[in-house]
Design a protein around this ligand. Structure first.
Ligand code: ADP
Ligand code: MN
Ligand code: MN
Ligand code: MN
Ligand code: MN
Length: 336
């Protein structure tokens, strides 16, 4: 029997931001199918998920794809369960209420590609700053682009793994990039974002670089922060047919700003200042094509008979897509 290498991936219990962990399981003659990926376990006392006295946590496979970088390898996204099989408190995926996959999500993951030698984004000279923002967004040329080879190799890995990446772009700050992943189904979208993050993290090891998910890593200087805009729709939004019905969904978000911000990522107050294409963390606003609003009604939705999707611009680059999706679904489901 051929031996397959299954990389089991999970989210640890670190606060305020959970990180990726993984370990390799050898399985004889693995079929490549989710139902044939066995349950596994790990030492939760080493990941802030259990106490030493009873440290076993379970890993339940939820998503499997080929590992494009490892011969005979597979990536196995898992969720963490307690030893009795119930969902662990750190398991955001288990809080998603979308059993019929009615919710579609497109997440835009922004990040900074960092040089450990300088502790600054690639393209930043040691002890200084590059030219001000302007030429970097979707830029071309050696003066404006830093890390394209990394960005492109990550994209190829995602596509080879079968992830539904929809695009990538250079972002507003130097050394800042974005990719987008879309799925019909909230858990699928979250799974794919986490696997894409895993591929990015592992690729950064090869390049001797690292990924900065902090939403405002360069402080309050005139440099953009990083977000993870959440584009979402359900049958209601996709068939709304009127401005009134679309705005009813937007209004449902108004009274639950705190609840949303609570799962939109740590240090997001540093990013949501009202500047740099953001709305203030204390306000709530929405508008057609408005990139300074909390929720943007895309021009697509407004011009396609008021049927389509919405973009919540508030989630930060370090947010957990499972928790973001779960909270958005909870709010949108109140609208009938
Ligand atoms: P921008 O940078 O202008 O905000 P992007 O192109 O980066 O836009 O991202 C828009 C995202 O919206 C894409 O990832 C896309 O998959 C997603 N999207 C498009 N239609 C829908 C829909 N009906 N439901 C959910 N997401 C959608
Ligand atoms: Mn051991
Ligand atoms: Mn985008
Ligand atoms: Mn962007
Ligand atoms: Mn966006």
């Amino acid at each position: 029997m051929s031996k397959s290498k299954l990389e089991y991936i999970w989210l640890d219990g670190y606060k305020p931001t959970q990180s990726l962990r993984s370990k390799t399981k050898i399985v004889d003659g693995f079929s490549g199918k989710l139902e044939d990926a066995p349950m596994w376990s790990f030492d939760g006392s080493s990941t802030e998920q259990a106490l030493g006295g009873s440290s076993d946590c379970l890993l339940k496979p939820v998503f499997v794809c080929p590992d494009p970088a490892i011969e005979n390898g597979y990536l196995v996204m898992t969720e963490v369960l307690n030893a009795d099989g119930t969902a662990h408190v750190t398991n955001g995926r288990a809080t998603i209420d979308d059993s019929d996959d009615d919710f579609w999500f497109g997440f835009e993951q922004e990040y900074f590609l960092m040089d450990p030698e300088t502790g600054k984004p690639v393209g930043f000279p040691a002890g200084g700053y590059p030219a001000p923002q302007g030429p970097y967004y979707c830029g071309v040329g050696g003066k404006n682009v830093f890390g394209r080879e990394f960005k492109d190799e990550h994209l190829d890995l995602c596509l080879a793994a079968g992830l539904n990446v929809e695009g990538t772009n250079g972002e507003v700050a130097a050394g800042q990039w974005e990719w987008q992943i879309f799925a019909k189904g909230a858990t699928q979208a979250g799974d794919e974002v986490w696997v894409a993050r895993f591929l990015m993290e592992r690729l950064s090891e090869k390049y001797g670089l690292y990924i900065e998910y902090h939403p405002k890593p360069l402080g309050q200087l005139d440099w953009n922060g990083s977000g993870m805009h959440a584009n979402f729709s359900n049958t209601y939004l996709r068939t709304a047919g009127s401005r009134e019905k679309v705005e009813k969904v937007c209004e449902a978000f108004r009274g639950v700003v705190k609840e949303h911000i609570a799962v939109y990522g740590a240090y997001n107050d540093q990013r949501l200042t009202g500047k740099h294409e953001t709305a203030s963390i204390n306000d709530f606003s929405y508008g057609v094509s408005d990139r300074g609003a909390s929720i943007r009604i895309p021009v697509y939705t407004a011009t396609h008979g008021w049927s389509g999707y919405l973009e919540d611009r508030r989630p930060a680059s370090n947010a957990d897509p499972y928790k973001v999706a779960a909270r958005i679904i909870k709010t949108v489901k109140t609208v009938k």
